[in-house]
Design a protein around this ligand. Structure first.
Ligand SMILES: Cc1ncc(COP(=O)(O)O)c(C=O)c1O
Length: 503
């Protein structure tokens, strides 16, 4: 009887194991190896065979291909699966790693971070509490402390990894708002909600600042109306005389300034707002100063150009996007504060996760510093592996190379009579347009046509923006492999297409 029941149990276990082969556990190590091997082959194929940034596929073709997949009919094996992923996704993926890709703020990634990604997703730690990520908690803290040191915050700083710059910026504004209400009116917004005068709260940003500021103000219940756009100077950086004027105007209207967001590395020009002057105004008016260094943080790595960030140490909080300027795979961002105690305002306790009575020195919980995520990826491991294997200096050299390619490209654009460059860059962004000497009535329409037609060729991808209502092309150079020979070729192609279009 007992033997019979054991036989049944073992049979069940065997079939159960067969059934559970897709789950990551010790019995499926073979399956795991096979899957990763197939995925790795697909990545290598992407690396070795993609010669242009984009395939040029049209949205209608892409939409139809994805829609044609029957989700009720699973595939037979990993070969089929990865082949399908290749067809639907990889072969049309924008190749950020190619030196010819100079469109948006996407960096090529470094290989130690890719090794870390393999570990992060399989081990799958969640960074909320020590009991879910022991080493991860302290590795993240070391990476936060290291970043604070680079910022000049010293050992009083603190912070948390987030999913991206928009989220990090949200934390900056949230802390600004909540500390302001507590300090000036004794209002605890976290508990009691917005006070009636919150409608009059004002946040000052340059007119070139990232649109996450408006999105975040609206998320925080202040509305986009709370964001005052300050005029910029010749190089599209915040004009501090205009900032002072804007603050005075709002005060005179009975509104309540609470924060200034300075940008270190604007999305459109890669320029840095005058941080020291802004800090002086923030101190004078007792405003929170947040620096959005999502892009400009790369300068922290460079011994040659680090001084361009001078003044960042005066901020109350800073956004750093490692996935823009530290060659890290998406996602990898951090929100940092100069005074660790200021972060306490976001703490919430739950008996099942981080009870109020817990001693957090003894049992740390990163969740206490996070506003939008409970379950959170161990992104910090990527930065850790990068620094441990490559070191800051190597990354800094890459940053210098990009800055120098950009400066050389700016010089090219200035020499070329058929191009118009709007500004040089502290980092790697150039806004320009094809403006042939013979004079064209609608330069915006012409440059838009150039961009569109090159995009669907796939060989060249440039970004674009509008300045004072006019359409411009934009280079964002974030790849140390990009040289001035590449940018010269791209400019040549733009020019050729431009002349073709005007006939
Ligand atoms: C200056 C700046 N801040 C914030 C962001 C938002 O970052 P993310 O896309 O990681 O949310 C960007 C994105 O381009 C940016 O350029």
């Amino acid at each position: 009887m007992i033997t019979e029941s054991l036989a049944i149990t073992s049979e069940r276990t065997t079939s159960r194991h067969a059934l559970l082969n897709d789950i990551f556990y010790e019995g499926s190590a073979g399956e795991y190896k096979q899957a990763i091997e197939q995925a790795r082959e697909a990545v290598l194929h992407f690396l070795e065979n993609n010669t242009q940034p984009f395939s040029g596929v049209k949205p209608a073709t892409m939409k139809a291909a994805v829609a044609a997949v029957n989700l009720e009919a699973p595939l037979q094996n990993y070969e089929e699966l990865i082949a399908e992923v290749h067809d639907l996704y990889i072969q049309h993926a924008t190749a950020f790693h190619l030196p010819q890709y100079i469109a948006h703020l996407n960096c090529p990634v470094v290989i130690p971070a890719l090794a870390a990604e393999v570990i992060i997703s399989a081990v799958n730690s969640s960074q909320d509490t020590y009991d879910q990520s022991a080493g991860g908690t302290f590795i993240e803290r070391r990476m936060v402390d290291w970043t604070c040191e680079q910022l000049g915050f010293g050992n009083l700083g603190d912070g948390i990894f987030t999913g991206g710059g928009s989220q990090s910026n949200l934390m900056g504004l949230l802390l600004a708002r909540d500390h302001f209400a507590l300090r000036t009116d004794g209002v605890n917004i976290k508990k009691d909600g917005l006070p009636p005068n919150a409608q009059r709260y004002r946040i000052f940003v340059a007119d070139t600042a990232h649109f996450s500021n408006q999105k975040n103000a609206s998320l925080m219940g202040l509305g986009e109306q709370a964001v005052i756009k300050v005029k910029t100077d010749q190089r599209f950086r915040m004009d501090t005389a205009a900032l002072r004027q804007a603050i005075e105007t709002e005060l005179a209207a009975g509104n309540i300034p609470i924060a200034i967001v300075a940008t270190a590395g604007t999305t459109d020009f890669g320029n840095i707002d005058p941080l020291r002057e802004i800090a002086a105004l923030a101190t004078y008016y007792q405003l929170w100063m947040h620096v959005d260094a999502a892009y400009g943080c790369g300068l922290l790595l460079s011994s040659k150009y680090r001084h361009r960030l001078n003044g960042i140490e005066l901020a109350d909080s800073v956004t750093v996007d490692y996935h823009k300027s530290f060659f890290q795979p998406i996602s990898s961002s951090a929100f940092l504060v100069k005074e660790k105690d200021t972060l306490k305002i976001v703490q919430h306790h739950a008996d099942y996760l981080n009870p109020a009575e817990q001693d957090y020195e003894e049992l740390p919980a990163q969740i206490n510093k996070s506003i939008t995520q409970s379950t959170r990826r161990f992104d910090a491991l990527k930065l850790w592996c990068t620094l441990r294997l490559m070191g800051k200096e190597q990354l800094g050299i890459y940053t210098d190379m990009m800055i120098e390619t950009t400066a050389a490209t700016a010089a090219l654009l200035q020499q070329e009579e058929d191009f118009e460059l709007l500004s040089d860059s502290d980092l790697g962004v150039l806004v320009f347009r094809f403006a042939p000497a013979r004079g064209i009535a609608d330069l915006s329409a012409l440059n838009l046509s150039i961009k569109k037609s090159l995009f669907f060729d796939g060989t060249i991808q440039v970004a674009s923006t509008k300045v004072k209502g006019e359409f411009y092309l934009k280079f964002t150079i974030l790849n140390p492999l990009t040289t001035v020979a590449h940018t010269r070729d791209i400019l040549e192609a733009i020019k050729t297409r431009g002349f073709e279009l005007i006939g």
